[in-house]
Design a protein around this ligand. Structure first.
Ligand code: KIV
Ligand code: ZN
Length: 513
């Protein structure tokens, strides 16, 4: 079987999705999980785009050793230099340089002639090769490029030293046969193409990203790019979990496959959803809540008689066993720590102690603690960044009756350490909390989106709130969990404010050094 490399860009193209802003600790946590998922390459970010991205890529390159770590760069020397400073710690330093090649991008965006584009591409690859052993070159908007121009530029960048050539369908316009034909055309016309890895990168604007990616493999692609849960610009990128499972389940048809650890899919998908705040649609293939649910009587009857009547993928294949009850009120620190290790967490004793306290508080209210609950508690500890003073919720109280005006009273500790208290009304309990918090935090808040969901099942399940807002004109997203959804909402609101404050502090620190 031909092995297809998996290039994960959740932390770069995925993180470009509207409303996502991950901090370094969260990115590192996702990168570690992608390593367990067995991604061959992890695109950890775009180092020259911001100080935050630079730090995250550097940290990931220093930590992750089981996957190649790369970062995106424009075809300019300063981007390549910055990328080197972040990526030189990797086991095999890898850079991903891109330049647009379609007439529409070259004319309107780059304002360059095709000849100039070839020169810039060649120069940037040669420059990157001085340090990087692995250089991936992407022809942005390849699918809408002139096929013969694509042949010319790809031939030149291979001569300049590129080790991977990526041909993206940047705007998700291709059909499977057309996208496959582009790969075949390059395979047949570029001398030396067999010496490099050929990569597919599809966007999902017309819902064909996974199908297009498979067509590319059938026509010579050796590497597939995509994201977990299909995150990404606009309608997203090819969903890697769908791709890996499709190749596995239909191995009767395909002569190629990936080395993805399929039983890490559920965990990876949940972690990405939890930390990005992007919910997974219930009927999403492979990882949606309903992907294995059988609702109609006829289907249930068939399943009881013989599972394969209606089930082509088993939940176990993707590691779905999270509803298991694993610990209870009487479990001790030892059992808790053992379970944390078994779930793959590497926490310091201090963090285990903090997580154990949170576990005990939860176990007092909720009899049985499931694997889902534990993942949330332990991940929250894992992603705690160094202590910086931010807003901290002390208490929240809401008075609600269907015949009265909802009123919230909230107290918080401010970043300066002062205890602040306020009360306010709203047309509902959540609005009353938001109105009160807006009075407490100094700045202008505009709420864009708000969502609550339950973690796991049962009436005592944890509630998770996600709040997307602009704070002082900048977009930010916060999330938090609690057993009560109103408390989770207040904490998620403050989490969004705090992320914005931490980012501002980092930006002003970067300016002073
Ligand atoms: O979609 C695209 O063209 C990209 C490139 C930067 C590779 O993401
Ligand atoms: Zn892309």
């Amino acid at each position: 079987m031909r092995k297809i490399d998996v290039f994960d860009t959740t932390l770069r193209d995925g993180e470009q999705s509207a409303g996502i802003n991950l901090n370094t600790a969260e990115k590192l946590e996702i990168a570690r999980q992608l390593e367990r998922f067995n991604a061959d390459v992890i695109e950890a970010g775009f180092p020259a785009s911001s100080q935050g991205d630079f730090e995250a890529v550097k940290k990931i390159a220093q930590t992750v050793k089981g996957s190649i770590v790369t970062g995106l760069a424009r075809s300019i020397k300063s981007d390549i230099d910055t990328s080197w400073e972040a990526l030189k710690y990797g086991e095999q330093p890898h850079i991903h340089i891109f330049l647009a090649t379609s007439p529409i991008h070259m004319t309107h965006k780059l304002k360059k002639t095709p000849d100039q584009v070839v020169d810039i591409a060649v120069e940037s690859v040669k420059y990157a090769k001085k340090n990087f052993p692995l250089v991936q070159w992407s022809a942005e908007d390849a699918f809408r490029s002139d096929p013969d121009f694509l042949v010319r530029v790809v031939k030149e960048v291979i001569k300049a030293g590129a080790t991977t050539i990526n041909l993206p369908d940047t705007v998700g316009y291709a059909t499977p046969s057309e996208y496959g034909a582009m790969f075949r055309h390059l395979k047949e016309n570029v001398p030396g193409i067999d010496r490099v890895k050929l990569s597919a990168h599809c966007h999902n604007d017309l819902g064909m990203a996974v199908a297009n990616t498979i067509a590319a493999i059938e026509n010579g692609a050796d590497q597939v790019e995509g994201t977990i849960n299909g995150l990404g610009e606009r309608a997203g990128n090819a969903a890697l979990e769908e791709l890996a499972v499709a190749l596995h389940i239909r191995k009767d048809k395909f002569t190629f496959g990936t080395d993805v650890k399929l039983d890490e899919i559920k965990r990876t998908s949940q972690l990405v959803s939890q930390l990005t705040g992007m919910a997974i649609q219930a009927n999403k293939a492979v990882v949606g809540k309903n992907a294995f649910a059988h609702e109609s009587g006829i289907h249930q009857d068939g399943m009881l008689k013989e599972r394969t009547t209606y089930e082509i993928i088993t939940p176990e294949l993707i590691g779905e066993n999270s509803t298991q009850i694993v610990l209870g009120k009487h479990s001790g620190r030892h059992a808790f720590k053992d379970k944390a290790i078994a779930l793959g967490f590497e926490l310091s004793d201090e963090k285990i102690t903090e997580a154990f306290k949170a576990f005990k508080a939860l176990a007092d209210k909720k009899k049985e603690i499931s694997e889902d609950d534990l993942y949330v508690l332990l991940t929250d500890q894992q992603i705690q960044e160094e202590e910086v003073p931010v807003y901290e919720l002390k208490s929240v109280q809401v008075q609600y009756g269907n015949g009265s005006i909802p009123t919230a009273s909230v107290s918080v500790i401010s970043p300066d350490g002062d205890l602040l208290q306020e009360a306010s009304t709203g047309s509902g309990s959540v609005e009353a909390i938001c109105n009160t918090l807006e009075r407490l935090v100094q700045g202008k808040v505009h709420l864009l989106d708000y969502r609550v969901t339950s973690i796991g099942k049962g009436r005592d399940a944890l509630g998770e709130a996600v709040v997307n807002m602009t704070y002082n004109g900048k977009s930010t997203t916060g999330r938090d969990v609690a057993q009560d959804v109103l408390e989770a909402s207040a904490k998620a609101y403050l989490n969004a404010i705090n992320r914005q404050l931490v980012n501002e502090r980092k930006r002003s620190y970067a300016k002073t050094v």
